[in-house]
Design a protein around this ligand. Structure first.
Ligand code: NAD
Ligand code: MN
Length: 505
């Protein structure tokens, strides 16, 4: 058995081997562009603070050239056989699975999640390529006779056109494949603007798709620190036809406003504030396991993260005890090893924000059951934290926590649970643990969220439609719905000449 020291050394060695595979450059029209004339920006490892790489910093002019490339190939790309596009995605899927370790190392280094969790992200990300390779050849149309009159209706689906894809840092790979997969399947050319905190995974993925046979110009990459200017230049250009955004509700609103000028198609995957409800008939062991997954996956930095725990009074003490034991065991781990451990949060600012929310809850009267302190450096680590009897009005209840903090409220009956659960402008995910079928159906009727997990803490699946209602967004990613976001409907009316009297009946 390796000592933990030797294991950490081996981990660093694997990381050192993964990094040179990344080209820290822009991809425009099939050529990599380095930093000349545009400068670079640093990418840091949030576990250590070390600079991993310097990445070419795209200008608005680069973005326009990327759109030149995308719109230049759009027509021929749209006409390519769906089978060919499917095969490219299939090869991308296979290559990604083969290179799981390399991608997991890069994700872990620039984003902070453990290599173990990062492997899970690579598997999830790859499944979007496989799923949409299967969907590419199943884009159907319709033929019908007009109910009255001489027209025949030919109804078909076409790619919407050049797309801007904007992605966040929390799943540096999966949030990209969830957009690139359906865009390739539908026949759209793309400009990808990844989060500036995690551009290395994006560059590695663009290389992989190039190797998988994606034609030059179809997928262009503009990593940048000037998100507002670069995105603004693209939204103002009439050749762009769609923007698909994953990120915060605040930035999503400004992009929706910008998309209005040229009346773009939009897909918005925005913030969440998921309630996690534990009813009195729940299997508590299962509920605790689900809670650990829904709260601590990605250190709580997931839009689907359980943000508020609502627990029936009759089982609250027992649930909190068990949750504390599971959380405490995880706080004891830590460090840059390969195991199933908690990584750091993405940045010092993010950690300060999480800690202020915990302080605010305690100031307003919540009991601190576990965690709650900032550990000594290096890295932006924060311990799994539990707050009991959080008072209404506390920030943790209304804001996206994006950290490993579980605020718990108690309820007395179903009506109170549902009212508390729905007290949010956001509506992405919800979770509930119950063994009662009627209660489950009532939740399905009454909870206004795009997704609901019953007796599970993990609902994401490339084959299911992911997305929110209310201010959590517009549109769906994955499932049979995912490709629709990149397709537009065209109807052709064909007039049949009236049969002449001499034609046979
Ligand atoms: P963010 O909104 O700060 O950034 C998202 C992307 O937008 C990044 O690429 C960023 O560079 C870009 N951006 C930032 N400001 C911009 C501006 N003014 N104009 C144009 N682009 C701009 O979000 P984040 O911190 O990267 O990610 C966390 C957020 O993402 C959370 O709110 C989380 O809930 C959300 N998220 C949602 C989903 C989902 O599917 N619903 C999935 C993952 C993350
Ligand atoms: Mn279908």
């Amino acid at each position: 058995m390796l000592s933990s020291h030797a294991a950490a050394d081996a981990g660093r060695l694997r990381q050192a081997e993964a990094l040179p595979a990344v080209r820290p450059q822009l991809m425009i029209g099939g050529s990599w562009r380095d930093a000349s004339d545009r400068g670079t920006f640093p990418v840091e490892n949030p576990a250590t603070g070390e600079v991993l790489s310097w990445v070419a910093d795209a200008t608005p002019q680069d973005a326009i050239e990327a759109l030149d490339a995308a719109s230049g190939v759009q027509a021929s790309w749209a006409l390519k056989d769906p089978r060919d596009r499917a095969e490219i995605l299939r090869r991308g899927y296979e290559r990604l699975v083969t290179q799981t370790d390399r991608f997991a190392q890069v994700i872990s280094m620039e984003m902070g999640k453990s290599v173990h969790e990062a492997r899970g992200e690579v598997a999830y990300a790859a499944e979007f390529l496989r799923w949409f390779s299967e969907e590419a050849v199943r884009v159907h149309g319709r033929y019908q006779r007009a109910p009255a009159g001489p027209l025949r209706h030919l109804i078909s689906k076409k790619p919407v056109g050049p797309c801007l894809l904007i992605t966040p840092w929390n799943f540096p790979l999966a949030m990209i494949t969830r957009k690139v997969g359906p865009a390739v399947a539908a026949g759209c050319a793309m400009v990808l603007k990844p989060a500036e905190l995690t551009p290395l995974t994006a560059a590695l993925f663009v290389s992989l798709m190039e190797e998988a046979g994606l034609p030059p110009g179809v997928l262009n990459l503009v990593s940048t620190t000037r998100a507002q200017d670069v995105v603004g230049a693209l939204l103002a250009d009439r050749r762009l036809r769609k923007v698909s955004f994953t990120g915060s509700t605040r930035v999503g609103r400004t992009i929706l406003a910008g998309a209005a000028a040229n009346v773009l198609r939009t897909s918005m995957e925005l913030g969440g504030n998921a309630p996690f409800i534990v009813f009195e008939d729940a299997d508590l062991d299962a509920a605790v396991e689900g809670a650990v997954q829904a709260k601590l996956r990605n250190m709580g930095q997931a839009c689907t993260a359980a943000n508020r725990f609502l627990v029936h009074r009759a089982v609250a003490a027992s649930f909190v005890d068990r949750l504390r034991d599971r959380f405490a065991a995880l706080s004891a781990a830590g460090g840059a090893s390969d195991g199933e451990i908690m990584g750091p949060l993405i940045s010092a600012t993010a950690r300060t924000n999480v800690h202020r929310m915990v302080e605010d809850a305690v100031d307003r009267g919540a009991a601190l059951v576990l965690g709650g302190g900032i550990p000594a450096g290096p890295g932006h680590f924060y311990p799994p934290t539990i707050l009991l009897d959080v008072r209404p009005g506390s920030r943790v209840l209304s804001e996206e926590i994006f950290g490993p903090v579980a605020p718990i409220q108690q309820f007395s009956d179903d009506r109170e649970a549902i009212d508390l659960a729905m007290d949010s402008e956001l509506g992405l995910a919800a979770y509930a643990y119950t063994r009662d079928l009627d209660r489950t159906l009532r939740l399905q009727d009454e909870l206004q969220t795009g997704m609901l997990g019953i007796n599970t803490g993990l609902i994401s699946d490339p084959a299911a439609p992911f997305g929110g209602v209310k201010q959590s967004g517009l549109g769906r990613e994955g499932g049979a719905e995912g490709i629709e976001e990149y397709l537009t409907t065209q109807y052709v009316g064909v007039r049949q000449a009236a049969p002449s009297p001499s034609d046979p009946p």
